[in-house]
Structure formats: C-alpha cells, structure tokens
Design a protein around this ligand. Sequence first.
Ligand code: ADP
Ligand code: MG
Length: 861
Amino acid sequence: MAKYTPMMEQYLKIKAEYKDAFLFFRLGDFYEMFFDDAIQASRELEITLTKRDAGKEDPIPMCGVPYHAAENYIKNLVEKGYKVAICEQVEDPKTAKGVVKREVVQLITPGTVMESAMLNERNNNYIASLSHFHDGSFVIVYCDLSTGESRIAQIASGFDRVIHEFYNQPIKEIVISSELPEELQKQLTDRLHVTLSYQDEVTFNGEYRDICENLNDERLVKAFSRILNYVQHTQKRSLDHLKQAEVLELDHFLSLDMYSKRNLELTETILRKGRHGSLLWVLDKTVTAMGSRMLKKWLERPLLDRIQIEKRLEAVEGFYQSFMERDALRDSLKSVYDLERLAGRIAFGNVNARDLIQLKKSLKRIPEIKGLLSTIDNKEIRGLATLLEYPEDLVNLLEQSIMEDPPISIKEGSIIKNGYNEQLDTYRDASRNGKKWIAELEQKEKQETNIKSLKIGYNRVFGYYIEVTKANLHLLPEGKYERKQTLTNAERFITPELKEKEQLILEAEEKSVELEYTLFTEIREQIKAQIPRIQFLADVVSKIDVLQAFATVSEVNNYHRPTFSENKLQVKNGRHPVIEQVMNDGTFVPNDIVLDDEKSILLITGPNMSGKSTYMRQLALIAIMGQIGCFVPCDEAELMIFDQIFTRIGAADDLVSGQSTFMVEMLEANHAIEHATDRSLILLDEIGRGTSTYDGMALAQAIVEYIHDHIHAKTLFSTHYHELTALEENLPRLRNIHVRAEEYEGNVVFLHQIKEGAADKSYGIHVAKLANLPDKLIGRASVILEQLENHEVKENIQESNQLSLFEEEVKPVKEKITPPLEDRKLVDAINQIDLFDMTPLEAMNELHRLQKLVKQNMISK
Ligand code: ADP
Ligand code: MG
C-alpha cells in the first residue's frame, strides 16, 4: 500500500496533538485543512472543498483560506465555539532540506482571543476553569486575558450551585479536568453552551509565584494553575499582565440563582438576549468601555455589606449634587482610552506606536480628573481622587520618545522623535545630509551640462540616477557617466560619486529604521514593567465612571437615595426602572410596597395583564439597584439588604424555555425553598399553572404555607387562584393585595394600581375580548362563566381531571355540571391564553384551534 507523502506525515503528526481544533496548516500563501477538518470547515465557512493527492491511492479532502484573509475565517470559527490551531512554517523554505519544518504557534480558542476585532469592548471575555475535589467542593476561576483580571471562587458543594454561578457570565470556554464525570460535563455544555477544554496538569509553576501569592489554600492554587497551565500551553505568549487572582467570597454578595438572573433581565433580555431592554441598558451611562464592563460586574454581584453600599451611595450623592463638575468629568473621561485592554496588549506585545500615543493622551487626563474630583466636597470622592497617581515618568518617556502622529506599522520608521536617541539622530543627519548633497549635485550638473531638464531621481531597483532626455544626450561629456537604464524618451546614468553617497544614505536609512524598531520595543518593555500601575489607574477610573453613571442616571430618571434597615422594607411610589423607560411617556403608574416581620408575604391577585409580574419584578430590581449602590426609582425607599433573591415564573409565563414543564417549575420552587433564609426575597409568579387546577392550587398553597411557617423570607406570590386569598385568615403574616381593574361598559380597564385586599374576579374573558376574539365566542364564554360561578364547581370536577383540550375521550361527568366539559375547557383555554406573550401568528393559530372546537361543539349539540 502506498504511503502518505512526507508532508502529509508531518501534518498527521501535528494534527494528532490538536484533535479538538481546526488545524490551519500553512502552505505558501494559504492555510490548508485536510480530511474531516476540511469537510467541516468547508461547510462552516462556505468555502470550496477540493482534493489533494497525498501519496495514497485516493486523493484526500482539502480546503484552504488565503493567509492574509485568515483573520475573518478564524473569527467566524471561534465565534461558533470552535478552536483553531495555527501551524506555521518555522524555517525558510528556500534553505530547508526536505519538508519545511512546521509548528503550531498559537491555539486560538473562544476564551483566549485577544484581537480587538473579536472582542466586544463593553463585555469581558472570560475563560473559566472548574476544578472538583474529593470533599465534594468546587473551585471556579475566571480569567479575562484581554484585561488581565482573574477571580477565584469556592463552592462548598453542589454542582447546581456551580451552574448557577456560571450562568450569565460572559464565559466562552471552561477548562476542566478530564476526570470530571461525563454527566457533569454534559450539563456544562447543555446548560451553559460553552466550549470545554481539558487540562489535567495542575502542578504549580514557579513562574506564577507573584500572582498566586495571596492564595492560602492548596485547592485555589491548583485550580488557578489549571487555567494558567492551559493558557500558557495554548498561547505560547507572555502573560505578564495577569493580575493577582482576586478571591471572591461568594457569600459576600447577593446571590441570584440562574432563574432570577434570567427572569429579572439584569444584563440581557430573555427573548432577544440583547442589552437593550435590560436593567444594564437603563443604568449604563458610563462613558468608558472599562466603566461599562465594571458596571456589568457590579450588577452581577450586588453587595451585602451595608458599609460598602453606603460608601458607593455617598459617592453617587456627591456626583448627583455636583452637576457641573460631573459634566466636566464625563468629558474628561471620554478621552480616556481602554487602559485595561491596552495593558493586556502591551503584555502580549501587540501594541503599535499609535496605541502608545493613546496611552499618553489618556494618562495626561489624570491630573485633570483628579483636579475635578477634588473640587467636589465629598469624602468618598476625595478618597478616589487620592488614588489617582499621575504617572509622570511614564508620560515623560512617551512624550520624549514617540512621535505624535505615527504610522500603524512599527517596522517602517517615523515613530521615534528626534533628540530621543543620539545614534538615531546621527543616522538621520547622515541621510538628510546625503539628500542635501544630492540636491546640490543636481544643481551643479545642470550648470555644467547646460541641460535644464536634467534631474536626479530614485527608484528601488536602480537607486539614485541622473536622468537626461534623449534630445539632450549630445550635451553630456564623454566617459563621465555610466549608462544604467534606457527609457523611451530618456536615459538614466550613475556616477561613482553618486553611488557612494547612495550607499551612505541607504545604509543610514536602513539602520535608522532598524534602530527605531529596537528603540520602540525597548520603550514597550519599559512600559510593560509599569503595567500594574496602569491597571490600578484603570480600576480607579472605571469605578469613578460607574459612580458618575449612577448619579447621571439617577438624576435623569428621577431616582432617590435609599436608606437601609434591618427587617423592614418600605417603598413609596416605586417604579419599574425598565418598563417606565420603555413606556417613556410618563404613564407608568407608581405603587407602594411595605414588607416587614408582621407582613412578610403578599398574595397578589388581579386580572391578567394588570401588572402583577411588573410589580413583583419592580421590587427585586429596586432591591438590586440599592445593593449595587445606585439610587432607586421611587419617591422614598427604606430597603432591607437581601442575601438572596429567588424568582420563579410560572410555566405558562415562562417565555424562554417554552418547554418548561410542571416538573421543572417545582424543581425551581424547591430550589428557592431549600436555600432561602429569612433575609431573602422570593418572587413566585403564578406558579402551579402547569398542572391541573387542583394539583396546582394545592401545591401553590402548600408552598406559601411552608414559606410562611418555616422560612420567613419576604415573599411576593401572584396567583390566578382566587381560592388562595382565603389563606389570609389562617396565615397571620400573609396579606392579600390586588391590582385594581375596572369594568367600563363591559370592557376591562387596567389601572395598574395596587390595592389592599383580594381582587373580586379574574377578568379573563375581558382580556379575551380586548384581544378581539369573536363576539359570539365571548358571549358564550360569559354564559359558561356565570354558570360555573353559580355552581360549586369544586365538587363537580373529578380529582386530577386534566383539563386538556386535546383529550379525545371525555370522561363522564356528574349530571349536576351544567356546562359541558368541552365548554368549560374552552373557557379555561381562553382564560389561560397569555396574549401579550404571543406573536400575532401564534394568536391566529390559537384562535383557529378554538374556533374549530366551538364549531365541533355546535355540531355535536
Ligand atoms: P400580569 O402579570 O398581571 O399579567 P404584567 O405585569 O405582565 O401583568 O403587565 C402587563 C403590562 O401592563 C406590562 O407589560 C405593562 O405594559 C403594563 N403595566 C404593568 N404595570 C404597569 C404600571 N404600574 N403602570 C403602567 N403600565 C403597567
Ligand atoms: Mg404575569
């Protein structure tokens, strides 16, 4: 059997080491892919699949991308979650004996990309690692290579908590041990949609000593080493900018389970997955990308420590009161470049002179910012001002060395200022003098030969030459000039003396360009040593930016500073921060809320679409805003500091999963019950709708009772089961409230006002009417409803009788029930339609289905 060609052998050997990546194999001007890589890449990148003879009988699949256009293809693959191994020729093909030597120079993975084009400036890009230990604990590490930050958190037990922690973090890739049980690996990919990578080597590498210094637990060091080893293995580049790992004590922050992170739409909306429409979107009045990233981090981890919260609020207050200074500050901040990512690129060695000019310009803003802050009479803000240390030496270095308007390339000169380096100045003089000498020579030759059109020019191939038109050739003296090139109308000549000067000029230029490059890299190294200072400044500037953003948004949207108390929560005229912005016409109806130890559970009833869910989420968002140190949307707020917030949205309202079953609903309710304390906030929004009426009601009631008797968490519970309002009689700490709606000429009018007591009825049919269901259908539904309300329906429905419209066979029901089962099912179905969560098409379909049912009913009667 034929063997593969030597180059193919080389390919296969390298590919064996990078099985989970696309291997971009450099061949001349192309990166080629072979075998399955080629088949898959041609599909993903929509490029032509070809074949190549590889020595065996059959040609093998191949496809390729030109190397100069590779970045876009790589970006495309990495964004899809793939890895790409870049394999370069590492020796000159001209001098190589046999097959050119090739090596993988970099593995680009979703979590390790550094190229600005592949990063979103307002988002971090984390690579994470997960390590598990014998005692059942887990350690999570987050690392953002573009900014150099890393954070470590421990989770004592429970893989679910790991998932909740990871959820909604901007993680692209998780590095794990190959020994992590399959089942758990599957959960990571299925629930978090991340790329998994493996690194089993967790021994500590002395190189990391500095950044691990603060880790006093063996497990933390191991977990950190896992990610560092992985990054070093894949990146093969300097990681000098990595900061010391920050140990996150998760129980120092308000904890939000993944359902709450999702349902509260803190940083992205459920449906579109975008920033627009999230709380972050409302609050983000930062002016720097660094500030924006920090704001997002704060929002993801609200504080528990009252002193820290008050410190932030105090600073916000200061900025709030000083409009003029804040305005000027915002202006100054705008010209501060992304110092954090710049530091990352300096460490990676991919900055050019323009970046350094940006750095200089940003740093030069520091004294101005500091000055502005010091004029504000506020202790916290003054404190921030003192942290801003102007790195004068750095600015001076950049000022003296780098030209103001340098080119993109760092290899073609014109970067370094005159006067910075003597040798460089000498070269530049030599070349300048040489050029001057040539200009003089041109004059001299013109005079001597009397040829006015004689000129001295330069091209890359022939160097300097004297050009004389054909008509003037006879004027040249014999023997003095050496003919070099013939053009149609002219001849070009050189002289030994011109050649000599040319030599000097070119040498000086070449040397000066070379020297400039060397000087540039030296300057870059000098700055690299200052990275921690730059990072520290970046951190302080980000903080200032977030705090001024809070003040700005609070002023623009009329928020007020909250106070805090132990066990009581009282909000006057609270508003939903996002919905009021979306409505944007001042029509949002504010509502009060009071929760304390005597009144810890509110049972909310009211028609569909009246504002129950809005009211509940509004409270959670106000609490979170307070705990990140922002003012809150209301007239007055006394808040309590919640340790955890749990949100469960009933299956019927759960737009995301869509397939959310009753089981899932119960699991999630259980999650809240299991972890909540008397300092937590629980929002249960119409849970129990995923099953038959009585099951659901029974469970809902049991859950409320359990929270009331055993957990004492502050709880808002909305329900469409009116029967539950009777609970108020037995549960002393539960109160009924309802959202007011009024009937006007047979139509329902939503007032969105919260009132004490239970709602009198459910208004489901009115909502159906609003949605323009046929009059006939509505009329019929009203009749049925009346009949239902007149009869003790409870007695008549057999237990666990699932009210499904799909049931073919209707079970015999007792004589006494007046409305036939089909009708009742119809009413129930109409009742349960959540029109505002449907697309018009879905509504049409649903209507069509109901209409069919009505028609069938009529026939059967
Ligand atoms: P429910 O949960 O009772 O079915 P939602 O809370 O989903 O109702 O509210 C339905 C719609 O009513 C919201 O999308 C919003 O447009 C409007 N709404 C809710 N609360 C208010 C309010 N306080 N002021 C003005 N409009 C509101
Ligand atoms: Mg609702």
